[in-house]
Design a protein around this ligand. Structure first.
Ligand code: GDP
Length: 473
């Protein structure tokens, strides 16, 4: 990389190192000071470029309050498998297309908009919290409101609880959709009561969480659900400045055979237009066309609009942020810089810089935080409760553990992404992580600890906590 940026042969750079007594091969990583020495040695002038230089001006436009305008809410549907998330998304899509549309929604682009009472609502068209947390893990928050689907013929289930915890961790308000009320065995009241145990208090239970009884299959009360979303949105006073360069988040991206890299983005501020030059994650491109879920080509995409963009040079990743930049040279520079950074991080990860409970503790210690987040998974509810109680008892005024999530079953990718977003370690009691979760944890540097004796577990946590208690150590 250094050789190519100096327009020298890699072999000459390797030879130089050899003369210095250092064995290097292409792909090895050197630090900035060494790179500077080498560059000077080869007769080049060095200009140090820092992240802030390259990325200057991106994502830090200060909007004036008077430039802010209301924008539509962006909604994600979450809940347990088979409780009807997909059916609900389909039913809403079919029932409410934006007025004046004959064709309706023709293609799946990862998000869509509907209209209710003349107001627009944007739905993220990927059910479940996986997409939600994958995005959060990359530092992006696309969702304003989470609709929690619970089947009225079933109960609050593990993924219901996960969804609640994900929404809470992200500070996103929940609206409960009690689904399948067409079923004879439906018992919505039972759902409301069960939700109390997870600190979701619906209005009829004296709380503030809106709830709507719906049937996705029969299309019952979909308008009520949309009205509840608009009501919640009003409380949130969602605003953005449409009159500035656009920025937002990538919802999905793929390589299309005919069209090249295609990314669906959600515009979160500003207005995106064809011809704009954007950087999205490690990629850049000039927007050739903006296409919505009805296959229409748009002249402009204001805040909260999901659109497919054509014209990127490569495929970004879901959750990547995008922003419009001034010119092609700048876009290319940022994208090359980020790609180089990504390679460096990959190399560093391979070198085995995995986080550990101890490392996490010392990090917390240096940042002055006296609370550490944990995710606890176990084989049976009984032992999980025992563990959570024991851990919570360990807390003192100065330092305590915070259980971000607990539940029965194997450690999954979803646990890992929640751990990533909340900086937590994961504890498995008599359960293991599945393969995807292990891979994800390795990549993210998340520590997973396994135990089969509660005493050992509590002892470890206690030791870690006492580390936090003695900053002078
Ligand atoms: P998801 O896994 O949460 O996305 O759930 P699906 O949308 O795939 O629905 C799971 C099953 O429940 C499917 O067989 C649906 O037909 C059924 N289902 C979903 N909503 C309703 C409903 O309102 N009433 C009834 N009776 N069945 C429903």
């Amino acid at each position: 990389e250094l050789a190519s940026r100096m327009a020298e042969r890699a072999v000459d750079v390797v030879k130089y190192f050899m003369k210095q007594g250092q064995m290097m091969k292409p792909g090895d990583v050197i630090d900035a000071d060494t790179a500077e020495l080498v560059a000077v040695e080869f007769g080049h002038t060095v200009k140090r470029v820092s992240e802030s230089d390259v990325e200057e001006g991106l994502f830090n436009i200060q909007d004036k309050p008077e430039d802010m305008r209301p924008r539509p809410p962006v909604v994600t549907i979450m809940g347990h498998v088979d409780h009807g998330k997909t059916s609900l998304l389909d039913a809403i899509r079919k029932a409410n297309v934006v007025a004046g549309e004959a064709g309706g929604i023709t293609q799946h682009i990862g998000a869509y908009q509907v209209e209710q009472d003349g107001q627009i609502i944007t739905f993220i068209d990927t059910p479940g919290h996986e997409a939600f947390t994958a995005m959060r893990a990359r530092g992006a928050q696309a969702t304003d409101i989470a609709v929690l689907v619970v089947a009225a013929d079933d109960s609050v289930m593990p993924q219901t609880v996960e969804s609640i915890n994900h929404a809470k961790a992200a500070n996103v308000p929940i609206i409960v959709a009690i689904n399948k009320i067409d079923k004879p065995e439906a018992n919505p009241q039972k759902v409301r009561t069960e939700l109390l145990q997870h600190e979701v208090f619906v209005e009829s239970m004296g709380g503030e969480v809106l709830d709507v009884e719906v049937s996705a299959v029969k299309g019952t009360n979909l308008d009520k659900l949309l009205e509840a979303i608009l009501l919640q949105a009003e409380i949130l006073e969602l605003k953005a400045n449409p009159n500035r360069t656009a920025e937002g988040v990538v919802i999905e991206a793929k390589l299309d055979r005919g069209r090249g890299p295609v990314a669906t983005v959600l515009v979160q501020a500003g207005t995106l237009k064809p011809g704009d030059i954007i950087v999205a994650g490690n990629e850049w491109g000039r927007v050739r066309a903006l296409v919505n879920e009805r296959g229409e080509h748009l002249k402009a995409a204001p805040p909260s609009t999901p659109v497919e963009i054509l014209g990127l040079q490569g495929t970004p990743q879901a959750g990547d942020r995008f922003a419009v930049v001034g010119n092609e040279a700048k876009a290319r520079e940022i994208s090359e810089y980020r790609q180089r950074k990504a390679r460096e991080r990959a190399v560093a990860r391979q070198a085995g810089s995995r986080g550990s409970l101890e490392q996490m503790m010392s990090q917390l210690q240096s940042s002055g935080v006296k609370e550490f987040p944990l995710i606890v998974k176990g084989d049976v509810q009984g032992s999980i409760e025992a563990i959570v109680n024991a851990i919570e008892k360990l807390g003192t005024e100065e330092v305590r553990a915070r259980i971000v999530h607990s539940g029965a079953g194997a450690i999954t990718e979803s646990d890992v992404s929640l751990a990533e977003t909340s900086n937590a370690a994961i504890i498995g009691f008599n359960v293991r992580a599945n393969k995807q979760a292990r891979t994800a944890a390795e990549q993210a540097g998340i520590e997973i600890r396994y135990y089969n004796i509660i005493y050992d577990l509590v002892d470890d946590i206690k030791a870690a906590m006492s580390g936090l208690l003695s900053p002078e150590r």
